[in-house]
Design a binder for this molecule. Structure first.
Ligand SMILES: Cc1cc2nc3c(=O)[nH]c(=O)nc-3n(C[C@H](O)[C@H](O)[C@H](O)COP(=O)(O)O)c2cc1C
Length: 413
């Protein structure tokens, strides 16, 4: 089956098969922001499971600007030893481990992130969450250059630790995606305005990383097919950026879509999309016609026949899965042995529309499962999201309190 065939990337490195675990923020390192034993064990289990490529949950490049309090942060060599252990645990199974690098920009919560910065002073607009997402500070030219450097420096540290590659998080409304979006970026200097100017930030990040990791090291990106917001980054613009990145020498482009304001990456209510499974398939088919760079598509794949079909049609090169991995750690082996045809992945809800529709409940539920994998526990698809809320009420209340008082919070989940 094509799913179980290797793929050579432009840098010369080969992936052993066409299945990749897409990034899932693990949020498992609240005290030190270093990789923990449980985190490493979860990745070891996924690597034992036969997958060709594991992409980490977003790793922060600046301790002052973080997405969640338990993210791994790499801005110097302090965590080199646990990073080495993480890389070894995966690579001994002939599996690639790529670190997803992220800066949240304005999509950072007050009280968790000290520096809330963005291309322009336009806050994230989420009904009922105004207190969490404040107006960001506009980045100066020097600060933009500093962030670009950070992406490169963190990549060099990860390469030194033995990671097999890196992925720029250019999707889901975080800083790179904010620069691309005319809704978040209204700058009039060389970093805003025309598409060429809005794409300058991501291109410079790519060049900086490449200059520090060299030619033979895989560098990829996750990018939005569109923001799905009126006036936002469009499909047409995204296709042009994919072409620019391909010309730069990118090794793998992963397609997703949406932002916190419009979380398209977590699913669609459209019946046609639900039936077809893959959320952004139309887009990736268009991209495939204009670029040679390998393309990975993530979002919605659940059935092996649908994945196979997409590969056979040459619509994409790599099938990306996220939520199925928290319940099926052995999924690649099980698929290749013929023991798994369809993955059942519930969409947990607690009945509070604001939280359910934002994808927040879904994310916390899967984070708990990743933690269970790290504790060598079996997945439990019946785990109640209300149970999670009940057992973490103290931690949740503390988090909410800290948001309003501006203190860095501790996480108890
Ligand atoms: C718990 C959780 C954490 C996530 N964290 C990230 C992340 O750090 N970076 C990212 O690019 N996407 C993240 N995502 C989105 C997934 O990578 C993926 O795009 C989305 O879940 C759709 O794919 P799926 O239908 O296979 O789950 C996360 C999703 C979940 C459920």
């Amino acid at each position: 089956m094509k799913l179980n065939t290797p793929l050579q990337l432009p840098c010369g490195v080969s992936l052993k098969n066409r299945l990749a675990k897409s990034a899932m923020s693990e949020n498992m390192s609240p005290k030190t922001n270093a990789p923990t034993k449980e985190l490493i064990r979860a990745y070891e289990r996924w690597a034992e499971g036969g997958t060709g490529l594991l992409i980490t949950g977003n790793i922060m490049i600046d301790s002052q600007a973080i997405g969640e309090p338990g993210n791994v942060i790499i801005e110097n060599e302090t965590h080199l030893e646990p990073l080495k252990q993480w890389a070894n645990a995966v690579k001994k199974h002939n599996c690639q481990l790529w670190a997803q690098l992220n800066h949240p920009g304005r999509q950072a919560i007050k009280g968790i992130s000290k520096k809330i910065v963005a291309p322009s002073d336009i806050a994230v607009k989420l009904p009922g969450m105004k207190a969490m997402f404040v107006k960001p500070k506009v980045l100066s030219e020097q600060e933009i250059i500093d962030i670009i450097e950070r992406f490169g420096n963190t990549s060099a540290i990860l390469k030194k630790a033995g990671f097999s590659g890196v992925q720029i998080h250019g999707a889901h409304g975080y800083l790179v995606s904010q620069f691309l979006s005319p809704l978040a970026n209204v700058r009039t200097d060389k970093w805003g305005g025309s598409l060429e100017n809005r794409a300058r930030f991501v291109i410079e990040i790519y060049r900086n990383i490449r200059s520090k990791v060299g030619k033979g090291f895989p560098v990829g990106i996750k990018i939005n097919s569109a923001d799905f917001q009126r006036g936002g980054f469009t499909e047409e613009e995204s296709l042009q950026v994919v072409e620019m990145l391909s010309n730069e020498g990118m090794d793998l482009i992963e397609i997703s879509g949406g932002t916190y304001e419009k979380p398209a990456m977590m699913g669609s209510k459209k019946q046609s999309t639900i039936e077809r499974e893959a959320y952004f398939l139309d887009y990736v088919e268009k991209a495939k016609k204009i670029v040679d760079v390998p393309l990975m598509l993530t979002g919605g794949f659940r059935t092996v026949s649908v994945m196979q079909q997409a590969l056979q049609n040459n619509s994409l090169d790599i099938v990306g899965l996220a939520r199925p991995y928290s319940l099926y750690p052995n999924l690649a082996n099980d698929i290749f042995n013929g023991n798994l045809q369809k993955m059942e992945v519930p969409q947990p809800k607690i009945g509070l529309k604001m939280l359910d529709s934002s994808g927040f409940v879904d994310i916390v539920w899967h984070e708990i499962h990743i933690k269970r994998l790290g504790q060598n526990k079996k997945p439990n698809p019946k785990l109640s999201p209300l149970w999670i809320a009940y057992h973490n009420t103290g931690a949740l209340l503390q988090q909410i309190g800290n948001i309003f008082t501006g203190k860095k919070k501790k996480r108890g989940i």
